[in-house]
Design a binder for this molecule. Sequence first.
Ligand SMILES: [Zn+2]
Length: 480
Amino acid sequence: MRLTTLTTATLLATLAAAPLASAQSPRQPHWAELERETLEHFQAILRLDTRNPPGRETRAAEYIKGVFDREGIPAELVALDSTRANVVARLKGNGRKRPLLIMGHTDVVTVDTTKWTHPPFSATRDGGYVYGRGAVDDKDNVAAGLMTMLLLKRLNVPLDRDVIFLAESGEEGTTRVGIGHMTGPQFDKIDAEYCLAEGGGTTRVGGAVKYATVQMMEKRGRGIELVARGIAGHGSVPLASNAIVHLAGAVARIGAWRPEIRLNATTRAYFERLAAISPPDVARHYRGVLSSDPAVRRAADDWLYQNEPRHSSMLRTSVSPNVIAGGYRSNVIPSEATATLDVRMLPDENPERFLAEMKKVVNDTTVEVRFQGASFGRPTGVDSKIDSEAFRAIEAGVRRVYDVPTIPTMGTGATDMSFTRAKGIQCFGFGPAIDMEDGPRGYGAHSDQERILESELHRFVRLNWEIVTSLARASGAPVP
Ligand SMILES: [Zn+2]
């Protein structure tokens, strides 16, 4: 707290000394001086053990509210469960435009402590990195959003729209207490035209930033079960109705099936732009999936499935059989066997039509094909537009901070943005620059260790600032 006050005082003194009419706008933050404060907040939030379950995110919410309170930014805790509070803060604009929402989740996934070189909630600095669970998922976004709010307030930036900050709990599997609550009874506290959150990322290769992706839409998870039923009997007398044999056949047919390729505005732009910055031998596969020739498309898809499976998943509603169960002793033919399929539907998929198609692929009347549960866990909603003020602001911000192209993308997994999009908010997910090599080495999100480059954390704060000021600064106000 003392450090914060000191840094603030230093910053204000420097600002006061800057001549108002200088070519360099006085409203540009002094980035080098902010680094210590960014780290201080980031480390403090990382050190709060908010692993989910049980979450206990209220400590993080209280810390953040404390920072806002000291700066005179109106903030409040909003909780469905008192141990799992969300925190919302708002800077008022002149109302010319609808609000902008900045989001980050305070909970993190669980850890296997024995696998960590530095304790997972120590926020240890080592070799230019900060280590800790949540370093890139998603306390980086929380810290960057927090710093952006502080800067807007300190620099007294005139705003054309309210800027709302939300640090939500429960993203990792318990959305009911977090974004579910905030988009339910508390929605008027965060209602906005645009939202910014996690989900995209900026890619570094060999130490150089290559491109940034912005998550514009995401697939919807929907489990499907196969239930094979036959006659039970003695294992010494094989039966044609054996449930395991029928189930195995059905799973094998589904495994060999690749549902039809269907692109949308985002994935089309994704492959086009990725092709433009990729080496020719890889770029031809990205162009291949855009081809109108089915044979070319199929060949490109085959290559992606073998070499870049995430890209293959982006082409279609995907199916992965992940659980299989049946039988309980070797001399008994079981009467039932089940398989659970992880199905990730394209945003525009018709679930009933897809289920009917899968039944045709299974092609076995002794195997029931049915949805797991009554409905989607996460709602569907609006897609974010490439032709929007927000996307253009992100693209320009990325250009200024990293000087690389921005590529719109569709997430194959789910984030809290599915809730805000369902309420009609166009949401954009982006992230700090991470070395492409870091994930495979075991330092990525949800990995056995997690870390972020300090230098990239600071650039990420700047990126947030660039995007938010470009979207919210009052027209006519000095441009940083
Ligand atoms: Zn996350």
